[in-house]
Design a protein around this ligand. Structure first.
Ligand SMILES: Cc1cc2nc3c(=O)[nH]c(=O)nc-3n(C[C@H](O)[C@H](O)[C@H](O)COP(=O)(O)O)c2cc1C
Length: 391
């Protein structure tokens, strides 16, 4: 939908149409991936999830990215009630989401995911795998039904399993393309499996996947090559970050040199975009004049999504003007107000984020009725009573 209003004149870059490998985005605002743990226990997408995603499309976003979707019936699932795309039934259940978002004329991309060691709920297998057998730091996330305790120690992934996971990422991308998803993003960030290879303290390997950054980025490249080959006709990209869900302090030890190797070698697999997440998307990194997303643009030459507290439209506009990103991905601001783009365009004030909003999963409509009922943003009724799921 083309938006108009005083906010469009004030923030023209946000509302300029964009394109990624032929997929047209009506504006530069993207719903950033958000895990909602609202599928059935065996990973089937519910009608409520379709309605949840359709709300963003109606709200005027340029593109909707799904939550992280697991890719096999082995070790990829990280959260109970997470949706999958590993079986025909799981894949088919996404069709209603694609149709609902497309009905509003908005493209939808799927984020595909392997948790590696960050496993706090897997319906299919016991245990977890990672680049090396290193117990993750931090604790399981209670809001995603984690135990609030530490993680189990993974076993080192075998070479056969590495190849299988690469294949499964490709198979998931192929399924997504066949379902009508307009693009696919691999979750290569935030401490999940590919990022466990990139990160020095979770990758103690002595083979060609461990040691210098050229080796540690190899698994990302293999995954992206597989996804590229499996989905040649739609845009494919990867999310990259320094920090992790369980470690907000990690910084790439090689700084700008690491950034150069990471972004240029992954770009060489022929992908179409990078999505860079950071706590503050505009913060300059490694003593350079660029944010992480700015460095991704510089070293890859590809379109980049900037992310991290860009729901203030002045910051989102700045990100694009200063060439730190071509698109802005917004998470908490989108959760707080699915109509963020429409409201910004109209010069109106979107609802603000409140941590309580993370709890309602995909099943609570944070719409005008929700706000009338819950003026603080925190739902009055407990989550168990509202979605019928025990935490
Ligand atoms: C509830 C919630 C769930 C999230 N789930 C995912 C996810 O599945 N995949 C992902 O890449 N990032 C996920 N993120 C991170 C966001 O996409 C985003 O990078 C982060 O919240 C910073 O953006 P913001 O400041 O606009 O919220 C999640 C964030 C939130 C708040």
């Amino acid at each position: 939908m083309t938006l108009s209003g005083p906010g469009v004149d004030k923030h023209p870059h946000i509302f300029e149409a964009g394109e990624i490998k032929g997929v047209k985005l009506p504006n530069r605002s993207i719903v950033s991936p958000m895990t909602r743990t609202s599928a059935t226990e065996d990973g089937i997408v519910t009608d409520q999830m379709a309605e949840y995603y359709a709300r963003f499309a109606r709200g005027g976003w340029g593109m909707v990215m799904t939550e992280g979707v697991y890719i096999d019936l082995k070790y990829s699932q990280g959260y109970t009630f997470q949706p999958g795309i590993a079986t025909d039934e799981q894949a088919e259940s996404w069709r209603k989401v694609v149709d609902a978002v497309h009905a509003e004329g908005v493209p939808i991309f799927m984020q595909i995911f392997h948790c590696g060691a960050i496993n706090q709920g897997n319906n299919w297998v016991e245990g977890s795998i990672s680049a090396s057998a290193v117990t993750p730091v931090g604790e399981q996330i209670p809001r995603y039904r984690g135990a609030g305790t530490g993680f189990q120690t993974p076993r080192e992934i075998t070479r056969d399993e590495m190849a299988e996971v690469v294949e499964s990422f490709g198979a998931a991308a192929r399924r997504a393309a066949e379902l009508g998803f307009d693009g696919v993003e691999v979750h290569g960030a935030n401490g999940y499996l590919p990022d466990q290879f990139l990160t020095v303290h979770t990758n103690l390997r002595e083979d060609e996947y461990g040691g210098p950054i050229e080796n540690r980025v190899r698994y990302h490249c293999e995954v992206m090559q597989s996804v590229r080959d499996a989905a040649p006709d739609i845009p494919v990209g990867v999310r990259i970050s320094q920090t992790k869900v369980n470690d907000l302090t990690y910084v790439w030890p090689g700084g700008d040199d690491d950034a150069k190797v990471i972004f240029s070698s992954i770009a060489a697999t022929g992908i179409d975009f990078f999505d860079c997440s950071a706590h503050l998307g505009l913060d300059h990194v490694f003593g350079t004049d660029h944010s992480l997303s700015g460095l991704a643009r510089r070293y890859s030459g590809l379109p980049v999504f900037a992310n991290g507290k860009l729901h203030d439209p002045a910051l989102a506009e700045r990100a694009i003007i200063e060439e730190e990103g071509d698109f802005v991905a917004i998470a908490k601001g989108a959760l707080a107000d699915p109509e963020w783009p429409q409201k910004i365009a109209a010069g109106a004030e979107p609802h603000g984020f409140n941590p309580g909003m993370v709890m309602p999963f995909a099943t609570i409509d944070c719409n005008e009725a929700f706000w009338a009922e819950n003026p603080t943003g925190i739902p009055a009724a407990p989550i168990e009573a509202r979605d019928g799921v025990e935490s």
